[in-house]
Structure formats: C-alpha cells, structure tokens
Write a protein that binds this ligand. Structure first.
Ligand code: GRF
Length: 202
C-alpha cells in the first residue's frame, strides 16, 4: 500500500476527489492531511473521513515541519490547493515524490502571483482558445517542475474567469486522481523491479 499525505490551504475539493477515489479500492491510502491554514474547509473534509490532520504555522519553518511529519511513513506528497512555497531538505527527500496541481496549461499562466481566480482572469484577458489544468512535480521553483499530465477545455466566447474556474476545477478532480494512480503504479513497478534484482543478486 502506497501512503499519501495531502497538503491543503483552502476548500479542499481536490482532496475530496482523492478521498472519493480512495474508497473505490485503490493501491494507495491517504494517511494525513496537512494544512497551513487552521480554518481551511479541507481539514473538515479530512476529519469527516477519519484522516489524521495537522495544522501548521506558515511562519515556522513550514517545510521542515512537513518533512518531520512525512519522513517515515509517507511515500508521496500531493499539494492540492496548497499556497505556501516548499523548500530545503523536503525538496531533496521527496524528489520525484511530491506533486502539485495548477489550474492552467503550464508553462502558461504559472509562476509568482498566479493562483486562484487570478490565473483565470489572466487566461481570459489573453484571449487564448484553451485552458485547463496541469499536475507537475515540485522542484525549487514556482509551478516550474516537470509536467506529469494535463487536461484541457475550450474557452467559449461568453466565458468569464469565474465560469472558467468552475470548468477547470472539474478537470482538476479527474487529473489529480489520474496522476496519483499513474505515479503510484510507476513507483510500485520500480520497487518490484528493485526487489527482483536484489533477489537475483544483480
Ligand atoms: C485549485 O484550483 C488548485 O489548482 C489551486 O487551488 C485550487 C484549490 O481548490 N492550486 P480546492 O481547495 O482543491 O477546492
């Protein structure tokens, strides 16, 4: 069983999508939900589902606190609407095992200041024909890690930032589950290969 910790700051609808998916017999399990905002609705969702929660202070070496919680039991960290920047040893310890979901087709409309409705306002203003969401690995930058998967949606003439946000969120809920499934499968395969090689003395 692959253990997942989910980092949240707000409403937690992406967390809910993961919780709902987990109930359909997955080879992964959410073992903790960590929030940098004590008032986030995501914490209530976790509590209802009986998942262990942690409320952390943004100002107190946040990444080190997350590392201390996740170090021993977590296989994959999923940032689902998590607004703080991660840094330090956490990035090294969880290299290729820490992912984020972003509400645009990266590398477009990502980076500093691109979060929440601001992303969708910028998309509408630019008059592009498509938007969507991206799940990507977390590296030292903002929304700069390698993209794992994307889902896109056409933008209609009447589209507003608000309607686009709603449309993209529906895609996010599918993308986050698909990305977790994909990564868990890859890591499980690699672990089995490693065991196989060890057993054969390679
Ligand atoms: C999502 O649009 C996510 O991509 C972004 O913040 C929003 C969080 O939504 N990073 P929720 O908290 O999962 O409902």
């Amino acid at each position: 069983m692959f253990n997942i910790s989910v980092l949240v700051s707000g409403n937690g609808s992406n967390l809910q999508a993961l919780i709902n998916a987990e109930s359909k017999l997955k080879n992964w399990k959410i073992i903790s939900v960590i929030s940098d905002n004590a008032k986030s609705h995501a914490l209530k969702r976790a509590n209802v589902s009986g998942i262990k929660t942690y409320k952390l202070d943004r100002k107190e070496n946040l990444s080190d606190q997350i590392l201390a919680i996740c170090k021993d039991k977590t296989d994959l960290i999923v940032c689902a609407g998590f607004l703080s920047i991660l840094e330090g040893d956490l990035l090294n310890d969880f290299e290729n095992r820490m992912i984020n979901i972003h509400p645009s087709l990266l590398p477009d409309f990502g980076g500093k200041g691109m979060y929440g409705i601001k992303v969708h306002q910028a998309v509408i203003k630019s008059k592009v024909k498509k938007s969507g969401c991206s799940v990507h690995y977390i590296d030292g930058g903002i929304d700069s890690g390698k993209v794992i998967l994307q889902k896109s949606v056409d933008i209609s003439i009447k589209e507003t930032a608000e309607s686009l946000q709603k449309n993209v969120l529906v895609l996010e809920h599918l993308a986050i589950v698909e990305a977790v499934d994909k990564l868990v499968d890859i890591h499980t395969y690699l672990q089995n290969e490693k065991l196989h090689c060890l057993n054969k003395g390679k």
